[in-house]
Design a protein around this ligand. Structure first.
Ligand code: CU
Length: 123
């Protein structure tokens, strides 16, 4: 009797560790599909956990010396962001071509909740 319960506990363990409350044998169709849309691009190195997206918006503040820009931007589905106004870091030289009030298109790399503008240009 005791032995049977031990085995049952051992068998249950991997399922408990897999988390998400989903069965371990979830159909495989889902995972590869999700990876295809966010997968690494050839020749590009990104920090683990970073996502890239393209957005557009209006410049509301710039501090080129500090490498900071505030953008009132539209939704960026690639990084799961709704429209919002927020500050980004950016290389100072990127900020030379834009001014407060400009409407811009930009590329952003998001790590956690922090965004870095990696390219920006006036619309
Ligand atoms: Cu944002």
């Amino acid at each position: 009797m005791k032995k049977t319960m031990m085995i049952a506990a051992l068998l249950a363990l991997p399922v408990g560790l897999s988390g998400c409350g989903k069965k371990a044998e979830t159909p495989k169709a889902e995972a590869p599909k999700a990876e295809a849309s966010t997968g690494a691009m050839p020749g590009m190195e990104m920090p683990v956990g970073s996502k890239m997206g393209k957005g557009s918006g209006t410049v509301t503040a710039i501090d080129a010396a500090a490498g900071k820009i505030t953008l009132d931007h539209g939704a960026i589905p690639a990084v799961d962001w709704p429209a919002m106004k927020m500050g980004f870091s950016a290389k100072p030289e990127l900020l030379k071509g834009v001014a407060v009030g400009d409407k811009v298109d930009f590329d952003v790399t998001v790590t956690g909740s922090a965004g870095e503008v990696t390219a920006i240009k006036k619309q």
